[in-house]
Design a protein around this ligand. Structure first.
Ligand code: B12
Length: 198
C-alpha cells in the first residue's frame, strides 16, 4: 500500500489489521519496507518527486490510525529531546520513534524538523533532558549532526545527556565516530538502547 501510495485506503487497512490482532510494530516494519522500495525506485529515476510526496502522505495517513494503538504510558521514566537535524524535512521515522518512546514511558519533547544545534541545546536545558534523539535521512544533512554534539559539549552538557542518532543512512559505527553514544536505522532497536540507559 505504501509502495502504491494508496493514501485513501491505508487507514482502513491498518484498522482492519489491528482488529485482526496484528502487532503494530509489524505494521511499522511493513511501512518501512514499502518506503525502502519506493526510495530505491526514486533513486533509479523510476518515480517522480511528486510520487515521493504521495508516499509521505500515505505513511502519515497510516501512522495516524496506528498511533492510538501504541500510546498508553501514564508516567515517564526519562525526558528525551527529539528532532530532525538542520536542513532535513523528513519526519515520518522520527515520529514513529517518538511515538514508540512515548508508549514506553518516555516524555518526548519533539522539536519538529530542520532543528538547529542551538534549539537542541536550549530544549535540553529547558526540559532537563537526559537523552537527545537526532533524526537524519539525507547524506547531506548527516554532516550537521556532529555540530549538535559539539554544541552540547561547548555548553557543558555532553556529560549529562546520551545522544542517539537515527535514520535510514545511519549506522552505529558512524554515530560513534562522530561522538554520539549510539546510532540506528531501526526505531525498535533505538528504543531498546534508550531503555538500557534509564
Ligand atoms: C517520504 C520521503 C520523502 C518525503 C518526506 C515526507 C516527511 N514528512 O517526512 C518528501 C517528499 C518531503 C521527501 C523529500 C526529499 N527527499 Co526523501 N524520501 C522519502 C522516503 C521515500 C521515505 C522516508 C520515510 O519516511 N521512511 C519511512 C520511515 C518509517 O523510515 P525512516 O525514516 O528510515 O525511520 C526509521 C528509522 O530510520 C528510525 N529512525 C528515524 N529517525 C530516528 C531517530 C532516532 C533518534 C531513532 C533512534 C530512530 C530513528 O525509525 C524509523 C522506524 O524504524 C526515503 C526513502 C528511504 N529509503 O528512506 C526518501 C529519501 C530519504 N529522500 C531522498 C531525497 C534525495 C529527498 C529530497 C532531497 C528530494 C528532492 N530532490 O527534493 C528531498 C529533501 C527534502 C529535505 N530537505 O529534507 C533520498 C536521500 C538520498 C541521500 N543519499 O541522501 C531518499 C533515501 C530516497 C532515495 N533513495 O533517493 N522525501
Amino acid at each position: 500500500m505504501v509502495a502504491n501510495f494508496d493514501f485513501e485506503n491505508i487507514g482502513a487497512a491498518v484498522e482492519e489489521a489491528l482488529k485482526a490482532g496484528v502487532d503494530p510494530l509489524e505494521i511499522i516494519d511493513l511501512f518501512s519496507d514499502g518506503a525502502r522500495e519506493v526510495g530505491e525506485k526514486y533513486e533509479k529515476g523510476e518515480l517522480y518527486l511528486s510520487e515521493l510526496v504521495m508516499v509521505g502522505e500515505t505513511l502519515k495517513a497510516g501512522m495516524e490510525v496506528l498511533e492510538p494503538a501504541i500510546k498508553g504510558a501514564k508516567s515517564y521514566k526519562a525526558v528525551m529531546v527529539l528532532g530532525t537535524v538542520e536542513g532535513d524535512l523528513h519526519d515520518i521515522g522520527k515520529n514513529v520513534f517518538g511515538m514508540l518512546a512515548r508508549g514506553q514511558g518516555f516524555r518526548v519533547v519533539d522539536l519538529g524538523v530542520d532543528v538547529n544545534k542551538e534549539r537542541f541545546v536550549q530544549a535540553v536545558k529547558e526540559n532537563d533532558a537526559s537523552i537527545v534523539g537526532i533524526s537524519c535521512l539525507l547524506t547531506t544533512t548527516m554532516l550537521n549532526v556532529p555540530g549538535v554534539i559539539e554544541e552540547l559539549e561547548r555548553q557543558g552538557l555532553r556529560g549529562k545527556v546520551r545522544v542517539i542518532v537515527g535514520g535510514a543512512p545511519v549506522t552505529d559505527d558512524w554515530a560513534k565516530q562522530i561522538g554520539a553514544d549510539a546510532g540506528t536505522n531501526d526505531a525498535v532497536e533505538g528504543l531498546e538502547v534508550c531503555n538500557r540507559w534509564v
